[in-house]
Design a protein around this ligand. Structure first.
Ligand SMILES: [Zn+2]
Ligand SMILES: [Zn+2]
Length: 438
């Protein structure tokens, strides 16, 4: 909403100049500059030269849509990639390869959002640390929305993105149970799709689907489609979907997905930010958005590499939702796929995202630390170091650090000094100094 206001602000008399692509460049408005400063402060919290971000603001311009344009004077754009997949679900690249590619594309913040699993996050963090990329632990959850009040009742598969803090979800076991149930359901579903194809006289083998998915990876429709291409039953993935695997298609099968509202509530209760993925793929978006908003949905994907979709942007405004988006990169190759980091989110949208997300994440980190301060068990320590962001081995405190340092390191990349100096953190910190890692 704010981005549009800026765009149409008649008082914006900034000198426009033509850039090479024929668009216009103008200086940031006061609002955009403030947003830019706040976003970069968070992005570069743990980098060596925090003061550089404010200087960088001076070398930035925005286009008509409030999207940053680098002037190419050493200034770096702050690119967020909020939706992508690795081999841990149906992506083609390992988290390491994905991060390396994101780095080449100038991505500074990346949310890895594999389907129904957080298993790729530790590897992503490891790779990201080397390349100075900030990882938002994420997941794309497969759910079903059942519209009430409609006769007959209609069901629609809905994908919901969840974004968590550096320490991951609170009440991790609850989320983990939901995700593992979905993954189990996906195995049953994939087997069912193979059985349906077999009945359609396509003798696809389960083993080839399982091999393509990889060890321990819950197979999805894309894996089935790849097996079909490999076996020569269709020419390409598109054909596999168009002829057999589309929603309601002859070889389509549903899994055992949880209800979308229940999932949104669980994301909220576990310290995450929930965003409805690709609403343009829904048959019935309005009742879904309305229903999920009531359950506590935070945002809507409205931006793609080919631009902002005004219909969904308007819906986000109507329901007071964040306007986000990501490439949904899978690494399939081919021209039709959006590249990692190719979605240009306006600086105001990024600022709004962090404005909503940071207090949620801050509280989640506090809750996770509190659990350990109250009961300093190995299990509770593992909650803090869930994704291996901080390595603590029993008996040897890493780099001779105390637990106070542990908190500092846990928080310094995620919370500002002011946020960390909050009274509640001080209390937790004092509790930490009285316990020691053995
Ligand atoms: Zn999706
Ligand atoms: Zn996706």
């Amino acid at each position: 909403m704010a981005g549009d206001a800026v765009r149409s602000n008649p008082k914006n008399k900034s000198r426009k100049k033509k850039n090479k692509r024929g668009g216009t460049k103008k200086k940031m408005t006061v609002e955009q500059s403030a947003a830019f400063r706040s976003v970069t402060e968070w992005v570069f919290l743990d980098s060596q030269s925090p003061s550089s971000s404010a200087d960088a603001a001076a070398s930035f311009m925005v286009d008509d849509f409030g999207v940053q344009k680098s002037l190419g004077r050493g200034g770096q754009r702050v690119v967020f990639e909020l939706h992508c997949h690795s081999k841990f679900s149906d992506g083609f690249l390992s988290p390491t390869k994905l991060i390396e590619r994101a780095h080449r594309n100038g991505v500074k913040v990346l949310a890895l959002t594999d389907h129904d699993t957080l298993s790729g996050i530790p590897e992503a963090l490891e790779a990201a640390r080397r390349l100075n990329i900030k990882i938002i632990p994420g997941v794309e959850i497969s759910t079903i929305f059942t519209s009430s009040g409609l006769d007959p009742q209609t069901e629609e598969p809905v994908h919901i993105l969840a974004y968590y803090s550096s320490c991951g979800p609170t009440r991790y076991e609850e989320l983990d149970k939901l995700l593992s149930n979905i993954r189990e359901g996906r195995f049953i579903r994939a087997r069912d799709m193979v059985a349906k194809l077999n009945k359609l006289k396509l003798p696809l083998k389960w083993e080839s689907v399982a091999r393509i998915a990889g060890k321990g990876v819950a197979p999805g429709r894309l894996h089935v489609a790849r097996a079909m291409v490999e076996a020569g039953y269709v020419e390409n993935l598109k054909q596999a979907f168009a002829r057999y695997l589309f929603d309601g298609g002859p070889a389509y099968s549903t899994g055992s997905e949880p209800s979308a509202e229940e999932t949104v509530r669980l994301i909220h209760d576990t310290g995450g930010v929930s965003v409805l993925a690709h609403p343009w793929a829904l048959k019935n978006p309005v009742p879904i958005i309305r229903g999920l908003r009531e359950a506590g949905l935070n945002g809507l994907e409205v931006c793609r590499s080919d631009g902002k979709l005004s219909a969904y942007s308007d819906l986000a405004d109507t329901y007071g939702l964040l306007k986000l988006g990501g490439s949904d990169f899978h690494g399939r190759g081919g021209n039709s796929e959006s590249e990692l980091g190719s979605v240009n989110l306006p600086i105001i949208a990024l600022h709004e995202f962090l404005r909503v997300a940071r207090p949620i994440w801050c509280k989640a980190i506090k809750d996770i630390l509190q659990t350990y301060a109250d009961e300093p068990s190995d299990v509770n320590l593992a909650r803090i170091t869930r994704f291996g962001r901080i390595r603590v081995s029993k008996g040897v405190s890493s780099a001779g650090s105390s637990e106070e340092d542990l908190i500092e390191r846990c928080l310094s990349s995620w919370l500002t000094v002011e946020e960390r100096q909050n009274a509640e953190f001080k209390v937790i910190q004092s509790k930490f100094s009285s316990v020691s890692i053995q």
